[in-house]
Design a protein around this ligand. Structure first.
Ligand SMILES: [Zn+2]
Length: 250
């Protein structure tokens, strides 16, 4: 058991490294497969022994070996978050392969979406629509979740957020939620079902409000500065799934 956890942790670090690469490359339209890892500043190829998750970051003291440019701290952070989530998923969900696949899909689609939305204010279709397709496809095989539950998740998750977005726009004349948020929530609904999708809307609104109020108090800004909503949706869905489904609260 102990060695298996270590193995899963290491696998999680490597997978997290891939997710960080997705978060960087997808909005820049660079293939996530072909070019090897390279430095953002000098474009120098990173040798495999300088590309070990976390360890290389610490050994290189967060700097590119060739040009000395700072390596963004988000790389080791994403690697570590992924590794912790994977160990948790393995410990709590390993008896149910479908729940395990679900956890893997959720983390793979949502972690890059969170960082891309923070940077670029978009959620790529490859991640959101990809999640809708994978979630629905999984329900065709999963004995614990029927395909119509997945379909209801798409309709409730996407539909409800669409209504909220439309209402907000009509009331304020500003676009608070984008199509990317709606598609992402439809994907979460496809994967988890309609009730969790509803809960994710609820929790992300609370998280977003707390953050918004905190920002207003700290920076004394009169009105809400434009904050992308996708990161709150992504974080809420991951927390909801791992805490509720993972059995942290039961
Ligand atoms: Zn460099």
């Amino acid at each position: 058991m102990y060695w298996m956890d270590v193995l899963i942790f290491v696998f999680g670090l490597c997978w997290g490294s891939f997710l960080a690469l997705m978060a960087y490359r997808i909005p820049r339209k660079i293939s996530i497969v072909v070019p090897r890892s390279f430095c953002d500043s000098c474009n120098d190829k990173i040798e495999f022994f300088n590309n070990i998750p976390i360890i290389s970051y610490l050994l290189l003291k967060g700097k590119c070996k060739k040009c000395g440019a700072k390596i963004p701290v988000r790389y080791p952070v994403i690697e570590l978050i992924t590794a912790i989530l994977f160990v948790f998923a393995y410990e709590r969900l390993f008896y149910d392969y479908y729940s395990l696949i679900r956890a893997l899909l959720l983390v793979t689609a949502l972690l890059p979406s969170i960082f891309i939305d923070l940077d670029e204010r978009i959620i790529p279709d490859r991640l959101s629509i990809g999640l809708i397709i994978c979630g629905f496809a999984l329900s065709l095989f999963d004995p614990m979740m029927a395909w119509h539950e997945s379909a209801a998740g798409i309709v409730v998750g996407g539909g409800l957020l669409f209504i909220v977005a439309e209402g907000y726009y009509r009331l304020t004349g500003r676009e608070g939620l984008g199509g990317g948020d709606i598609k992402l929530l439809a994907g979460i609904g496809a994967l988890l079902g309609w009730y969790p999708a509803l809960m994710v809307i609820f929790y992300s609104s609370i998280l977003g409000s707390i953050y918004g109020i905190a920002m207003m108090i700290i920076f004394k800004k009169g009105r809400l500065t434009e904050i992308p909503f996708g990161p709150f949706i992504g974080a809420s869905a991951i927390l909801y799934y791992f805490i509720m489904e993972g059995g942290l609260i039961r």
